[in-house]
Design a protein around this ligand. Structure first.
Ligand SMILES: [Zn+2]
Length: 95
């Protein structure tokens, strides 16, 4: 139970590896804006993010490549912390 950190080197390596696959978003099937890099990628809704097939809150492994998925930032955060609800996340979230 150590080293399971998003700031750790293995996680970064997995992120780079997953990004290099050049896959479309596994949630909506849309193309990822891979050309966006740097600080802008941290804000852009269509930038690449590393998602997990089995959410970490459900026991998914942060660092398992088999659990890694490619997702838009938008789709990843929409799915985000509400993995078990049956309600559509879009209408249930208040900012
Ligand atoms: Zn998407």
């Amino acid at each position: 139970m150590t080293g399971n950190s998003r700031n750790g080197r293995p996680y970064r390596r997995l992120t780079i590896w997953q990004r290099a696959l050049g896959l479309p978003c596994w949630l909506c099937g849309g193309e990822i804006a891979y050309w966006i890099t740097g600080p802008e990628a941290g804000r852009h809704p269509e930038a690449f993010t590393l998602d997990h097939a089995v959410p970490l809150s459900h026991g998914g492994d942060l660092l398992d490549p088999a659990n890694a998925r490619t997702a838009h930032r938008r789709c990843n955060s929409a799915r985000g912390n509400r993995t078990t609800t049956r309600k559509p996340t879009r209408s249930s979230r208040r900012w």
